[in-house]
Design a binder for this molecule. Sequence first.
Ligand code: HMG
Ligand code: MG
Length: 307
Amino acid sequence: MEVRIYEVGPRDGLQNESQIVPTRVKIGLIERLADAGLRWIEASSFVNPKWIPQLADAAEVLAGIRQQSDVTYSALVPNLRGLERATQAGMREIAVFMSASETHNQKNINKSIAETLPVLAEVVSRASASGIRVRGYVSTVFGCPYEGEVSITSTLKVTESLLAMGVYEVSIGDTIGVATPKQVHEIFSVLVKEFTTERLAAHFHDTRGTGLANVAAALAEGIRTFDSSIGGLGGCPYAPGAAGNISTEDLVYMLTGMGYQTGIDQEKLAGAGSYIQQALGRELPSKMLKACRAAADGTLQKEGNQS
Ligand code: HMG
Ligand code: MG
């Protein structure tokens, strides 16, 4: 059984870092992720650089990476200006995004839900006409930082609209990491019935430690595409309190142990995690990163004892 992992660390992770990461480090990270076997990498974002200065170098990052032919590199696009920049950068895949809750949509992209739909429809239509594949995101499905509970009706409407525009799948986002497995079961069972598992992905943040439990619940609903972030980097700058995405290292470890194939080399993945951890100069949330480090320290101690 295969599971598809969509790596969002270079985008969802780095967009939330207080420091601006040098372009060459972003390039180094993306190349290491591809070398580790990740086949879908969200590399950056063509949003307004005034809103997200951390990813203002999207074009330079895309131009700088040694692209592998079997890897799909993607980036967020909020409007036609973003599509123009993504097209110039030679993107073959992009992602459009909006929220299930009105207030988060307004704060994140400066428009109401109703105003956003025609903008995204135009982006998807023009992108598709030029052979660019488009993925969709729906944020705040499990809770909104401003409104609290979000109705499933709103998620159904927004997901339906994105699919009708022509996105090939919709990633269902727990933007602020409030979901629990019970809620994942309740929401995904409805969405799967309506749209089928092939059209859906799950995007969990691990703010309250329920991220991997939520993955297990979504797997039980038949979901086979998961977004995750190297080292557990991440958040959303317009969602206060949103902590990192689930960590790619922890996700791959769990899936492998459960008998799923991901095509990812765990040792190389750990190398990519250590690389960005060192570059950022702070400890990242990934449990596997900590475990690998502890194991390495243990080995060193043992070697020290023997000599
Ligand atoms: P706006 O300020 O309302 O845009 O922003 P505007 O159309 O009024 O234009 C204002 C100026 O920005 C103009 O320049 C435009 O050209 C420029 P001026 O004429 O004043 O010199 N501009 C741009 N420049 C470069 N690239 C662009 C672009 N667009 C306009 N694409 C906009 C509206 C949507 C652009 C803005 O609100 C924005 O960029 N928002 C993005 C916020 C964001 O990136 N949030 C994080 C990503 S979402 C997320 O993390 C959730 C997710 O992970 C899923 C989950 O967790 O649930 C995906
Ligand atoms: Mg996110």
